[in-house]
Write a protein that binds this ligand. Structure first.
Ligand code: SAH
Ligand code: SF4
Ligand code: F3S
Length: 494
């Protein structure tokens, strides 16, 4: 089936023989066995499809959100692949699913754009099934809008019941009605479902779900529910399986990894988890995101500093440099605390790359507040920064705040911030010019196929002469020239 050679299939705990599942029996009630049953049922359906159409049905999983959504999309692909679909990136498929994001208004608009497009495909292929899932589907108004104006959609589900995807897929295949199944919240974590990795040599690994921070502008806690940590044994077991399957680098994922483990029966800190993860033999690199500055411990700094495997990159969202605005954002740190943390990090790890997220135009932000943000950017000297225009999210406390900042003022501040961020990022990127450093090769260069593209531990991209046989390997590269935000290098002969 259509697995490109860049991809990898995560092994589940046991090797399931889906052909042996007795479909004449009632579906089991326990998870994940129940989902295995429905995967087998869908498999029967896709085999039948192949007999009738002389080809496998094609499925497209379109990801629209953050790394966490991207990992969820890999799980959706894993189920579809195991159920006998051929995966494609073309939305004109037999089954297309949009894994949505709602963190900013433009993320929502994008979904409706795609639905317009796909409705035309569906007119030509009436048997096509269209599904929507992810964060935006946790919002009742959006689901109501789809039920009213996008009747051709076959299946809608949310973030909390994604583990049920095989069952929902089967229900949608078996029905002409629009199936809507969105849960308000959950305390469950279902392990051991298949996943289809985008890259064979690196993978995201969820260590926790949800968020309890309720930053006043942010919708994530409402659409992803309360914070839940996976058990360390389950995480370690998943990473060991990934490594056995060729993975060299993992990215530990959570909205606030620094609060990992607090609510487990046997509490454990994120730093302790990292120590256990890096002991896994064969694993070469460990990344993680996102770190909330309020919870970043000295223990974590010590573990990072000691480690050969933990990458020299920390994503440390600032959001605003104004203590006043930070308070209104409910971030629970001050400008001074944030800068002191950056100083500590830089003192302990001078080669650390620090990146950030910044929001411009939060309600009530004055020019003085904005200048505080510019001041932090100058002092923290980010290696790169994602800058966002504040987007009002219905239901969050900030949406009800007065003094929303006029669009033209926000735009002007945004442009000034972006210019400063880029100027500093270019200077910071240049830091390692002339050094020879290990690069994990990710792909053949898209523009020039005599080059390959890989990543430094600090997350910068490097292009250098080489062939596809290098993909997934770590090679020492001489960093010849910094071109703004990336490097041109040469494979080191030693
Ligand atoms: N959990 C992560 C961030 C998740 S959302 C953290 O706490 O850092 C990713 C980024 O989107 C945030 O860091 C923030 O900068 C941005 N963001 C979130 N809500 C936003 C909003 N309403 N408007 C604009 N940007 C927003
Ligand atoms: Fe949103 Fe704040 Fe949670 Fe990050 S920590 S997901 S910004 S509420
Ligand atoms: Fe991620 Fe967007 Fe959801 S940022 S958690 S996909 S709202």
């Amino acid at each position: 089936m259509g697995i490109g050679n860049r991809k990898g299939q995560d092994d589940m705990n046991q090797n399931i023989d889906f052909g042996k599942i007795n479909l004449n029996e009632q579906p089991p009630l326990s998870e994940p066995e129940r989902q295995y049953y429905f995967i087998a049922k869908c498999r029967q359906w896709t085999d039948h499809f192949e007999q009738e159409n002389a080809r496998r049905p094609r499925a497209c999983v379109f990801n629209m959100g953050c790394q966490m959504n991207a990992r969820d999309s890999e799980k959706l692909r894993g189920v579809l692949e195991t159920a006998g679909y051929e995966l494609t990136e073309d939305e004109n498929a037999d089954f297309v699913i949009y894994n949505t994001c709602t963190v900013r208004e433009n993320a929502n608009q994008k979904v409706y754009g795609h639905l317009g497009l796909v409705s035309n495909y569906k007119k030509k292929n009436p048997n096509m099934k269209v599904a929507l899932c992810g964060c935006m589907m946790q919002e009742a108004e959006e689901v109501a809008r789809i039920q009213k104006s996008y009747r051709f959609v076959n299946l809608v589900f949310g973030t909390h019941n994604i583990f049920k995807f095989a069952e929902l897929l089967w229900t949608a295949l078996d029905s002409d009605r629009m199936i809507v199944d969105v849960w308000k919240d959950t305390d469950r974590i279902v392990e051991d479902l298949p996943a289809q990795r985008t890259y064979s040599f690196k993978s995201g690994v969820n260590i926790m779900f949800g968020c309890n921070n309720f930053c006043s502008y942010c919708i994530v806690p409402y659409v992803r529910g309360r914070e839940r940590s996976r058990r360390p044994e389950d995480i370690l077991c998943e990473i060991k399986r990934l490594v056995a399957d060729g993975v060299k680098e993992v990215m530990l994922l959570g909205q606030n990894v620094n609060s990992y483990g607090k609510n487990l029966d046997e509490p454990i800190t994120f730093a302790q988890l990292l120590r256990r993860v890096e002991q896994i033999e064969g694993l070469e690199r460990v990344r993680f995101m996102t770190s909330h500055p309020k919870d970043l411990s000295d223990e974590l700094i010590a573990v990072m500093k000691d480690s050969k495997k933990i990458c020299r990159h920390l994503h440390l969202p600032l959001q605003s440099g104004s203590t006043e605005i930070l308070k209104k954002m409910n971030r629970r740190y001050t400008k001074e605390q944030y800068l002191a943390l950056v100083d500590r990090l830089r003192a302990e790890m001078p080669d650390l790359s620090i990146t950030t997220d910044i929001i411009v135009g939060f309600p009530g932000e004055t020019e003085e507040d904005f200048q505080e943000t510019m001041d932090v950017v100058r002092k923290a000297r980010y290696d790169s920064a994602f800058t966002f225009i504040y987007s009002k999210r219905t239901g969050t406390p900030a949406a009800a705040m007065e003094n929303q900042v006029p669009d033209d003022v926000v735009k002007d501040r945004f442009n000034r911030l972006l210019a400063l961020v880029q100027e500093i990022a270019q200077e910071m990127s240049k830091r390692v010019e002339g050094q020879t450093l290990p690069v994990l090769v990710e792909s053949v260069n898209e523009q020039d196929d005599s080059l390959v593209t890989g990543r430094l531990s600090n997350n910068l991209l490097v292009h250098f002469p080489g062939g596809s046989e290098l993909i997934g390997t770590i090679v020492d590269v001489y960093l010849k020239e910094c071109k703004g935000f990336y490097y041109i290098g040469e494979k080191s002969e030693t």
